[in-house]
Design a protein around this ligand. Structure first.
Ligand code: NDP
Ligand code: HSE
Length: 303
């Protein structure tokens, strides 16, 4: 089987972990190029030997693990306009321009995959896609930002907010700009993506009523979490004190959880919501679908 040639943009927490997986994993994949902002800087995982450093050219698939919106929007438009698959973990891009990109992929017989954009390594989008088939999803509820869970659970054990945020940053869970995490924007973007998939109509971050955890006090033993909830009509993200009996209260550290209610029955999934290795695993799973000949388009691709 011919190898799928990958143009990777980003060699940070997730991109470099994906590089390792491409090297060691079972799929027929070849890293053709890697783009970074500053190729000369010192990094914990060196750029790979024998791979062209620069933006993708003449590849079979573009994988964007850089973050931000402006650069990725240009790369995504260019890739999808030529009918190539675009794989990303970039929820900020999808919650602001997902509708346009999905249509572009549909019009050009491309593919748009983003398992890692919600739930890190936990296949939340796939679960919602599966459950959406009957058209009977009633609601979504979850904890989808690992950084705030990490901070709030550490604060519940007596650590300070600043200390816990620093630890989340050092572990590579926080966004490049952690205000996206603590102000609730990251969770709002993920919720908008899940709700778009659940009800078959793209909805953006701006439609979410959202507040973050800045200034929230947590007494030792208290279980406060940033909870994301959606129905067909409304999307909210807010810190909520949970009953200890709630399955959401059991989530700590880097874990994320999602509950989907379908015709009165509750379906639940949880797992690592961030971290290089886990998140790269979700990107790798997207690449496995392309290797298998699938051409999925997130949000349906209808024009
Ligand atoms: P990092 O900040 O660790 O890495 C970003 C990488 O992108 C760096 O290698 C950087 O280059 C490169 N980069 C940034 N801008 C450009 C540019 N304009 N041109 C070329 N390269 C660029 O980010 P993460 O790996 O943590 O996150 C990547 C994406 O994955 C984001 O969209 C994030 O939201 C998402 N994500 C992250 C998770 C996590 O646990 N970290 C989990 C789920 C999703 P340089 O190295 O030179 O600085
Ligand atoms: N910053 C994000 C989080 C990374 O803390 O959940 C995973 O998307």
């Amino acid at each position: 089987m011919p190898r799928l040639r990958i143009g990777l943009i980003g060699w940070g927490t997730v991109g470099s972990a994906l590089g390792e997986l491409i090297e060691s994993g079972p799929l027929p994949l070849e890293l053709e190029s890697v783009a970074v902002r500053d190729a000369a800087r010192e990094r914990s995982r060196a750029l790979p030997d024998g791979v062209r450093i620069g933006l993708p050219e003449g590849v079979d698939v573009v994988v964007e693990l850089a973050g931000g919106v402006d650069g990725p929007l240009g790369w995504a438009r260019e890739t999808l306009a030529t009918g190539l698959p675009y794989v990303t973990a970039n929820k900020a891009l999808l919650a602001s321009h997902g509708d346009e990109l999905s249509r572009l992929a549909g019009a050009n017989r491309g593919a748009l995959l983003a398992s890692a954009s919600v739930g890190g390594g936990t296949p939340m989008i796939e679960m919602v896609e599966h459950l959406a088939a009957t058209g009977q999803i009633e609601s979504l509820r979850g904890i989808v930002n690992a950084t705030t869970t990490y901070i709030l659970s550490a604060m519940g054990e007596g650590r300070s907010y600043a200390d816990a945020l620093r630890a989340a940053q050092e572990a590579g869970y926080a966004e490049a700009d952690p205000s996206f995490d603590v102000e609730g924007r990251d969770a709002a973007q993920k919720l908008a993506i899940l709700a778009s998939v659940a009800w078959g109509r793209w909805r953006g971050e701006s439609e979410v009523d959202s507040s973050g955890i800045v200034g929230v006090a947590v007494q030792p033993g208290e279980t406060i979490r940033l909870v994301a909830q959606a129905t067909r009509e409304r999307m909210t993200v807010e810190p909520i004190q949970l009953q200890t009996s709630s399955p959401l209260a059991a989530v700590a550290g880097v874990e994320s959880i999602l509950e989907v209610v379908v015709a009165g029955a509750t379906f639940r999934i949880s797992g690592p919501g961030a971290g290089g290795r886990a998140t790269a695993g979700a990107v790798y799973a997207d690449l496995a679908r392309l290797v298998a000949g699938e051409r999925p388009i997130l949000f349906g691709g209808a024009s």
